[in-house]
Every structure is written in C-alpha cells, then in structure tokens.
Design a protein around this ligand. Structure first.
Ligand code: TEU
Length: 538
C-alpha cells in the first residue's frame, strides 16, 4: 500500500517526450523510448515522473494544444504503450503524473469546430465568444502571453474568441458546467488507467471575468518579467480580470473530489504569476480541498540567485502558504536552463542542486538537469517554438531547453534518434551524455544521485519545518526540523571563500552529505559555491 501522502516532499522528474528518446527513427521522442529509459530515471532515486503532454495534438504548441483528451498522439504511440509505461514505471517504484491541459484546447478539437459553427449549437458556449466593439475591435484589452490581443476574430461565427496563448489554443469556458463535467470525466479516464496524478497546466487561467472588464495597466516600475520576457508587452498589464476568478476555487474543489476517489493520487497546479503570486497560490492549495501543490515561478525568472532573494522567497512561502504545499523547480521546458540563466560553473550548479533539494516542498527536476546541461544554442533557421519566432532575437524562445536528451557521446545524435532530430542535438551537450557520467560517482550525475539519496534519508527535508537563519547576497543558512532531527544547511552563492555563523547548538557535519565541509564550532568556512550540511546533536 502506498503512503497517500507520498507527494509531500517528493522529487519529480519532468520528461519532455518529444526530446527524451526516439524509438522509431522519426526524429521525435515517444512513449516506447521513455519506457526504455525508465531505469535511468529510477537510478536517480526520484519518486515520480511528470510527462509533458502526449495526447492527440496538431503540435502547434507541441502538445499543449490537445485535440483528443482520451488518446495518445500517433507520433508518441498508442494507449497500449501508455499502459505499458505505467506498468513499467510502477514496477520500478516510480509514480506517473501526466500533464493535463484543460484551460484551452486545440482549435482542431471537435468541440471547437462545433462551437465556432454557429451561436446556437450544443457546444456554442464551450469556448469564450464575444461580439466586436462597434468599430470592429476586440471586446476588451486582454493580451495573449504569446503576443498581441487575447481575442481572435472568427469569420465563421462572426465573433471574437478568447485565447490566452496561441490563436490555435482557444480558451475553454469553464463557467459552463457541461464543460466542467466533461473535463472531470477526462480526469477520471486517466485515473482509471492508473496514473498517480496530474500536472495541471495554467490553473490560474481556468476562469475569466464574465463581464469582460478591461485589465488595468501597470506602471513601468511595477512590471515584472516572472511570467513573460521583458520584451513582451503582456507584462505591462495587471491581469486582474482575464484570470484567477473566484469561480476557480469551486471548480478546483470539484476536481479534488474526483482525485479523492483515487487514494494516493495528487495534483500540482502551475501558477505563473507576476503579481500577488503567493496569495493566489495559497488560495489554490489551502485547506486540503483544492490542488495538493502549486508550482510557482519564483526561481524560473531572470533574477540572479542570491542568498537574500532566496531568503525572501522562502520567507514569503513560510508566511503565506498556510497549510498548502509548494512544488519548486529551477528549470523546465519553458525557461532558459538554470546553469546558463544563472551563469553557473560546475560548482555553482551543484550548489543550486543542493539548495533545490533542501527546500520545504516538492521538487521538480527537468530532464538533462541531472547531467548539468546548459541552455543549447539554437539557430534561427532551426527554431520551432512559435513564441520564440515571434519575439526573436530579443527573446529566443523555448527551444534551447527543449533539445534532445544526450545518452551516448559516441552515438549518432547522442543516442537520441537514428533519424533527423526535430531540434538539433546540442554539440555542447554530448560531453555530458549519460554514458560519460553514469559510472562516475564524482560526475554531476553522481552528485545528483547522492544529493537525492541524502534528501530521501532525512525526513526533515521532505516533511520538516523550514526556518531562514541568516542571509546575505552571497550566503544563506536555513534549518530543517522534523521529529527530533534538526539539520542546518549553509550555502555560499559567491565566487569567494566566506564564513557563516551557525545557529546556537552543537552541530556536526552530516556524514552522508555530498559536501565534505566541516564546522569549527559555531563557524563554517564555505568554499566558493560551497555548501555545508550539519546535524544538531543531543
Ligand atoms: O505555460 C504557461 C506559461 O505561463 C508560459 O507561457 C510561460 O510564461 C512561458 O512559456 C515562459 O516563457 C504552460 C506550458 O508550460 C507551456 O509550455 C505552454 O505553452 C502554455 O502553458 C500553454 O499551454
């Protein structure tokens, strides 16, 4: 029997299926390829995988635009392959979370085709339709994250429809209870197939203001690039009315009730907010009756990693999350891989991993992070991401973190495919391939394994309280405590050796920590990008 609370503090490995492992030579990864590589994931010691979308899709946003929520895209395989994937993952002790993208569908979904056909068909109200203003312009000033107005004119229906992302991603109208019921049925469909839960795409966008009120503008000094690059005017608005409406809480409760029919299942909701992020996340993960965890963007944005910034984010969570639960990530399929974003060398990226795996909350690792991969350079001719193509060259899009996984230095295309990969394999990645690092305990991969094992061995990491003891731009000292065990974690983000003071008490270096720094009484001298882990005696 599994612990129904397994997700609390779990380490979740994110797979971007297009780029993990191709098994049929078409240049795109697939489910059979993932099955083949599950032993690698299990060898890391993680608890679960999150698989980015593999449902039927025209792939205009690479699967984040679903045209059939009950089938696998033929590019990735079949439902039979998916069943086999779940079975193999479970044999290896890995839970399986899948990406559920229900804020919008693809324009190719039969629901949208029916909805756009007329204003009086059965699905006419399944999407968000509104008349043009008298001058023909869109109903209000809402913006799309991917550029331009959030409204697209439809000449068939002679109305505008709402899309927060691409024009090919029309926004589902969750104010309509039939839509909700159908989405909950889809949720049940996958739970019955054996999934252990969901990563819910953009839960903050589920509902819009029914009155379609204009969003207020932000002053330049209020703008924040946590959710979109600074070049994108999307940042210039406060999205008060286009998302996060009160109805969302009621829907998330209905969603949770379905999950509760399947004990041990869990959901992590993506909440990328530039304003009021903590308050919004707390609302969605509080009281145990909505999503189990929220996934915020605090460490996915462009601010450099400093002790004071980390301390401020952690204190905000400790003060604000209440009985909710956070899920942390430094990298994913949408942002510049963090070793490049934070300009980190080998010591720096190990320090970052140590910090991430010391946090209170659950943790997502993105494929290739365990190899220390930097962002790949992708030439304009090779770009695939429509968002990148639109804002090039000021924002280069999301392809640099989506290039194929590198398995074998000596194989064609790093062992990813026998064919032509959909995005080029990065030359700068092959020397970090799994085959190079696998048997080397001193490699980045070996370090990740050791750090994950260290986290797993001390319940204070997954279940304990977190207190920020001290912070400077270069340093951070936190304590984690659970059931009679207290750990202290000290980090040096700077490139110079430095000393920190430990909290009162008698500390001894944690013998199983993958750092050999020791204390001198109450003081620890940290190497450049060094860390120290200590256990409180007595
Ligand atoms: O991302 C939501 C989101 O907010 C992103 O648009 C993010 O701000 C941006 O990519 C940063 O560069 C989710 C998915 O993770 C993303 O891949 C999808 O494109 C998007 O939803 C639409 O489904």
């Amino acid at each position: 029997a599994t612990d129904p609370d397994w997700w609390r503090g779990a380490v979740i490995y994110q797979i971007y299926p297009r780029s993990y492992q191709d098994s049929n030579g078409d240049g795109v990864g697939d489910l059979a390829g993932i099955i083949h590589r599950l032993p690698h994931i299990a060898s890391l010691g993680v608890d679960a995988v999150w698989i980015s979308p593999f449902m039927k899709s025209p792939m205009l946003d690479f699967g984040y635009d679903v045209s059939d929520y009950r089938d696998v895209d033929p590019m990735f395989g079949t439902l039979g392959d998916f069943d086999a994937l779940i079975e193999r993952a479970h044999e290896l002790g890995l839970k399986v979370l899948i990406d559920l993208v229900i804020s919008h569908s693809s324009e190719d979904h039969p629901w949208f085709k029916e909805s756009r056909a007329s204003a009086d068909n059965a699905k006419s109200d399944w999407y968000v339709w509104a008349d043009a203003k008298p001058d023909g312009s869109p109903p209000n000033n809402w913006l799309s994250i991917f550029g331009g107005s959030a409204w697209e004119w439809d000449g068939e229906r002679m109305q505008y429809y709402l899309h927060n992302f691409l024009t090919s991603q029309p926004d589902l109208n969750l104010h309509n209870m039939d839509v909700q019921d159908e989405l909950l049925d889809i949720t049940r469909f996958w739970l019955e197939r054996g999934v252990d839960g969901f990563r819910l795409d953009t839960i903050n966008f589920y509902f819009h203001d029914k009155q379609l009120r204009d969003n207020p503008a932000l002053l330049p000094e209020e703008r924040n690039d946590k959710t979109a690059p600074a070049v994108n005017p999307y940042n210039w608005q406060n999205h008060l009315y286009s998302k996060n409406q009160p109805e969302n809480l009621e829907f998330l409760k209905r969603f949770r009730a379905v999950l509760d029919e399947f004990p041990g299942s869990t959901a992590v909701g993506e909440v990328g907010e530039a304003q009021r992020g903590m308050e919004i996340q707390a609302a969605y993960t509080s009281d145990g009756d909505k999503v189990h965890m929220t996934y915020g963007f605090d460490f996915l944005a462009n601010q450099p990693l400093s002790g004071t910034h980390v301390a401020q984010v952690l204190n905000d969570y400790e003060d604000g999350i209440g009985d909710g639960w956070a899920c942390w990530a430094f990298s994913n399929h949408d942002v510049v891989r963090h070793p490049s974003r934070w300009h980190m060398d080998e010591a720096g990226l190990r320090l970052a991993a140590a910090l991430l795996l010391s946090l209170r909350g659950s943790v997502c690792l993105y494929q290739g992070e365990e190899l220390g991969l930097p962002e790949a350079y992708v030439a304009f001719e090779d770009l695939q991401d429509p968002y990148g193509i639109r804002f090039w060259p000021k924002f280069k899009g999301r392809d640099g973190c989506r290039t194929p996984m590198v398995w074998n230095r000596d194989n064609h295309n790093g062992g990813f495919t026998e064919g032509k990969p959909w995005l080029p394999v990065a030359m700068e990645h092959v020397n970090r391939a799994v085959s190079v690092q696998d048997d080397d305990a001193d490699s980045t991969l070996g370090f990740y394994r050791a750090m994950i094992a260290f986290r797993a061995k001390h319940p204070a990491f997954a279940k304990g309280t977190l207190t920020v003891h001290s912070a400077t731009p270069e340093t951070l000292v936190i304590t984690r405590a659970h059931d009679g065990e207290t750990l202290v974690c000290a980090f040096n983000f700077g490139g110079e050796e430095t000393s920190v003071e430990l909290p009162d008490g008698d500390w001894t270096r944690a013998a199983d920590a993958p750092f050999d720094t020791t204390e001198q009484g109450q003081t620890v001298t940290l190497a450049p990008h060094g860390a120290y882990f200590g256990v409180l005696n007595g």
